[in-house]
Design a protein around this ligand. Structure first.
Ligand SMILES: Nc1nc2c(c(=O)[nH]1)N[C@H]1C(S)=C(S)[C@@H](COP(=O)(O)O)O[C@H]1N2
Ligand SMILES: [Mo]
Length: 596
């Protein structure tokens, strides 16, 4: 019978550092496998319920508004990638720690992995678009797979009790008894009755009792009794490497399979979009006046191409809705009978095409979250009227229209604004093509004059007529104002901040917007000089932005260029600065340049 002596144990067991490293690696592998298994399970259900997606989405919902504002400002549209990387980094650290822990307390490590799965499950249930219990399965089953794998992976280096003594006193008691009968028992037990000392593990002199499966440590079943204390964990490298490799390969395959399954759903949505032939608008937009487009290098184009159009939303997984199965439900206060519209039915209605500039309330002074597109859609007001809805000014009880998207987002719009004659649209076309998925395919709302967060619901699936008193939608619950008319703003596009133009004539140019009121005047000031009126491009409509430019005789030195706009209602922008929360930024945009 191979007697494991203290000496052989010392030789065969991994050194403490190596053991931790192996544990850490086991943790990372188990974590990777958990995520991959979760992705596989999510592939059978909703991609939105993937473990990283649910935690990320819950984080998006939960983070305080200032942090969210900061993230949008700091990372822009990359905020989602950054969040995902952050979550993966945290998970990797946790996995690493649990792996190391598991080399001592095998069950605790595995339980830790399960606990993370439970956090994921809770996050999944907290989502406004949660499909219920099935959404918890990716996190729970993924974590279960990870827990089992961690348990198995650390087997070869496992050198402790199943549970720490403070969790399960039994493991301590058993060890004490064993230690007491063991002549070569662990050092330091006398002076350390409260628990195992570090050295107890690190020198590999473990009581052989709480060990792994028989045989796994190289000893025979029943050998325990014959071996006093020092039977340690022989470091079965082959066992570990095989299991680790199998885990890595299996997890990668599971992850790929999960992605492929999710890809199937996406494919049908993509096919439904490819199949759409946009109707000729019953009421086309009038052509953009030639004078509305200035040709100044560095100036934002009048029409923002779809690929450059800003994107602001909370969707970590872009919804891919099949237009064929899409339905819009209109219901609530004042609706005679619930309306349900298919995409085909929507296209059969009178369609209109309009140029409308969209702006995000999170846009800082001088910021990028504004864009102008040609939208094709169906006017919302007649639809509502047919359903029996009356605006408050005509005695309607509902003053708020709550649009809900397939991802659970809610946006609240004043019914009065939607029905006051402006071109509030259910849009399905954007610059001549079906809406891109990132911009709300198959149908979204667009309401001229209102910030996106109170009007521009993407991936819309229902419209409820209610009151502002009765319901606070998503952003309002997070410190933003109930109503969000767009504030008059102007931005300098060129020269760029910190640019170094040559002395001589420099063209200062940019855009100004005050949707549904129109831009009347733009003025520019250099340093503390007088305000000079800029040349305004022709106005397309009062719902679109206006380009402007002004020549400047630049002299060498550092200069501050400032712009201000006056809207069609006669309101001129003041210097008073406001941040984005709660109802949009205000103040003059300035750019500092150094003329060489
Ligand atoms: N479903 C959904 N719709 C949404 C949002 C969202 O997070 N989810 N964000 C809104 C906000 S804040 C803005 S500014 C606009 C942005 O539209 P865009 O991404 O097409 O530019 O969409 C609005 N519609
Ligand atoms: Mo927004």
């Amino acid at each position: 019978m191979p007697r494991v002596t203290r000496e052989t144990a010392r030789r065969r067991a991994p050194r403490p550092l190596a053991r931790r490293a192996v544990g850490g690696l086991a943790g990372l592998l188990a974590g990777y496998a958990a995520l991959a298994a979760g992705q596989l399970v999510a592939g059978f259900g909703r991609a939105e319920a993937g473990p990283v997606a649910v935690v990320g989405s819950a984080a998006v919902d939960l983070v305080p508004t200032p942090l969210k504002t900061w993230a949008i400002r700091e990372f822009g549209s990359d905020d989602k990638r950054v969040l995902e990387l952050g979550i993966l980094a945290v998970l990797a650290l946790l996995a690493l720690a649990l792996g190391v822990l598991a080399t001592r307390w095998r069950l605790s490590g595995a339980a830790g992995v399960l606990a993370i799965g439970v956090v994921g499950a809770v996050a999944a249930l907290s989502r406004p678009d949660s499909a219920g219990v099935t959404d918890t399965l990716p996190s729970l089953l993924g974590a279960a797979a990870g827990a089992v794998l961690l348990y198995l992976l650390v087997g070869p280096v496992y050198a402790g009790a199943y549970l720490p003594p403070w969790v399960w006193p039994g493991s301590f008691v058993r060890w004490r008894i064993r230690g007491a009968t063991a002549p070569a028992g662990p050092r330091g037990t006398e002076g350390n009755p409260g628990g195992r000392s570090r050295e107890d593990f690190e020198d590999g002199t473990e009581p052989g009792e709480d060990r792994t499966e028989p045989g796994e440590d190289g000893t025979e079943p029943g050998e325990d009794a014959a071996v006093p204390a020092p039977a340690s964990v022989p470091w079965d490298r082959r066992h570990f490497v095989l299991l680790a490799a199998a885990t890595a390969v299996g997890a990668t395959a599971a992850g790929a399979a999960g992605r492929a399954l999710a890809g199937g759903d996406i494919a049908s949505a993509v096919a439904s979009r490819d199949a759409i032939r946009l109707p000729r608008p019953g009421s086309p937009a009038h052509p953009v006046p030639a004078g509305a487009r200035l040709h100044v290098p560095g100036l934002s184009p009048f029409t923002t191409p779809n690929k450059d159009f800003y994107r602001v939303d909370t969707a970590l997984v872009v919804p891919h809705v099949d237009a064929g199965s899409w339905r819009l439900r209109i219901h609530g206060e004042g609706v005679r009978e619930d309306v349900e519209l298919s995409f085909a039915a929507l296209l059969r209605r009178e369609t209109v095409e309009r140029d409308i500039t969209l702006t995000c309330v999170s846009n800082e002074v001088g910021g990028p979250y504004v864009g102008n597109a040609r939208w094709l859609g169906v006017p919302l007001a007649p639809l509502l009227r047919e359903a029996g809805v009356r605006p408050p000014s005509r005695g309607g009880k509902a003053d708020q229209l709550v649009a809900r998207s397939v991802d659970g987002m809610t946006l609240g719009t004043p019914v009065e604004d939607v029905m006051d004659g402006r071109d509030a649209l259910l849009a399905f076309g954007m610059n001549g093509e079906p809406l891109p998925f990132t911009h709300g395919f198959p149908v979204r709302m667009v309401v001229p004059g209102l910030y996106g967060y109170v009007s521009a619901c993407k991936w819309i699936e229902s419209i409820e007529l209610t009151t502002f008193a009765a319901y606070d939608p998503y952003w309002v619950k997070r410190d933003w104002a109930r109503k969000g008319p767009i504030k008059t703003s102007a931005r300098i596009d060129t020269p760029k901040p910190l640019a170094r133009p040559k002395a001589g004539t420099v063209t200062i140019a940019g855009v100004a917007w005050a949707q549904h009121r129109g831009i009347e005047k733009v003025e520019v000031r250099v340093d503390d000089g007088r305000w000079r009126p800029a040349d305004l491009a022709a106005q397309d409509t009062r719902d679109t932005w206006r380009q402007w430019s002004i020549p400047w005789r630049a002299s060498p030195g550092t200069h501050t260029l400032t712009v201000r706009a006056t809207d069609g209602a006669g309101h001129r922008q003041t210097a008073k600065r406001a941040g984005t929360v709660p109802d949009g930024s205000s103040g003059w945009h300035s750019v500092v340049v150094t003329v060489d």
